[in-house]
Write a protein that binds this ligand. Structure first.
Ligand code: MTE
Length: 326
């Protein structure tokens, strides 16, 4: 399926999409006022509360040791922007939809099944998974294929810890991440924008790179639902869509897995999807980006850096034609 409409796929945001925060903040205030005034205890009141919760009201704190060696010192994106401007199509196509709708996601109990080419296949509940290795805070740039970026203090540990724990067999060459697809919890599944579930994948050596983060939190707390609770990956040198949210299965494979965006539009979203200013998306340039919350529309955009400014991953692609394997 080739996605052409800006509302239906990974497309550069329109200027009218950029300031929805004020709009939905006003709407939330309106709902809260209505609810408080006349109908406390009613469905409307509940709706206002749920929205407040989805927007990042008190959440479980997560202790993590800072890892400055693997963190950028660039200014962090405001929590409000990082949790209010999201892509999580299972909860809708607009940037404000995940914050508004993801309160329906049930993040406990949650189990991740680890399968395929491993000596120790297992099912891990979210607490065991979180405790598998010491949690670190890593401040990473995340650059969306649409041309915007954020700087987020993620909490997690290198995915390599989990990979070593399950002992891949000699046949394992790729890792596939399958995310939750439950129509009862995810209103966006009604849209045919992707062939659900959302699936992403990495080559095993990419997944083993220390920067690839198994992520359970951000800004010192558990992941808000709209950011992929309770567990996602963050692969900072690749376009954001490689960083699959709300993972339920990790499978080790011999062959390159089919991935949702690549399946949907192979000429637009390659399997590798390394951030690369020299390889344009067929419908727009990838040479620059807008940092959410910092850059106004009339300000000059930032130059996009090769591998999103993580040159240490270049070795993974030595000898590869990155225009062909985009
Ligand atoms: N994971 C799932 N399951 N569903 C999605 O729609 N969107 C991807 C990625 N992971 C997506 C997903 C895209 S396009 C981006 S840019 C990042 O999540 C955004 O992550 P953030 O909202 O935490 O910034």
């Amino acid at each position: 399926m080739l996605i052409k409409s800006s509302r239906d796929g990974l497309n550069p945001p329109l200027s009218s999409e950029i300031t929805p925060r004020e709009v939905y903040e006003e709407r939330r205030k309106f709902i809260a006022r209505m609810a408080a005034g006349a109908v406390a205890g009613s469905a409307l009141w509940e709706m206002a509360n749920r929205e407040a919760f989805a927007q990042g009201a008190p959440a479980q704190k997560l202790a993590a040791r800072a890892n400055p060696a693997l963190s950028t010192t660039e200014p962090r994106t405001a929590f409000k922007d990082a949790t209010g401007y999201n892509n999580f199509y299972e909860f809708g196509l607009d940037k404000g939809d995940p914050a508004e709708n993801a309160h329906t996601l049930q993040t406990r109990p949650w189990t991740v099944s680890i399968e395929g080419e491993v000596k120790k296949p297992m099912r891990l509940d979210i607490d065991s998974l979180t405790k598998l290795a010491p949690l670190e805070e890593r401040v990473y740039r995340l650059r969306c294929v649409e041309g915007w970026s954020m700087v987020i203090p993620w909490v997690g540990y290198s995915l390599s810890n989990l990979i070593k724990h399950v002992e891949p067999t000699g046949n394992a060459r790729y890792v596939e991440f399958t995310t939750l697809a439950d129509r009862k919890q995810m209103p966006g599944l009604r849209s045919g924008v992707l062939d659900w579930p959302y699936v992403e994948g990495l080559r095993l050596d990419e997944a083993m790179h220390p920067l690839a983060l198994l992520t359970v939190g951000m800004y010192g707390q558990v992941l808000p639902n709209q950011n992929g609770a309770p567990v996602r990956v963050v692969v900072p040198w690749k376009y954001g869509f490689k960083s699959a949210k709300s993972i339920v299965r990790i499978r080790f494979t011999r062959d390159q897995p089919k991935t949702a965006w690549n399946d949907s539009a192979p000429s637009e979203y390659g399997f590798y999807s390394n951030v690369n200013p020299k390889v344009d998306h067929p419908r727009w340039s990838q040479a620059s980006e807008r940092r959410i919350g910092e850059d106004g529309f009339f300000k000059k955009k930032r130059e996009t850096l090769m591998f999103n400014g993580y040159p240490e991953v270049a070795l993974l692609y030595a000898g590869m034609d990155l225009k062909k394997f985009f």
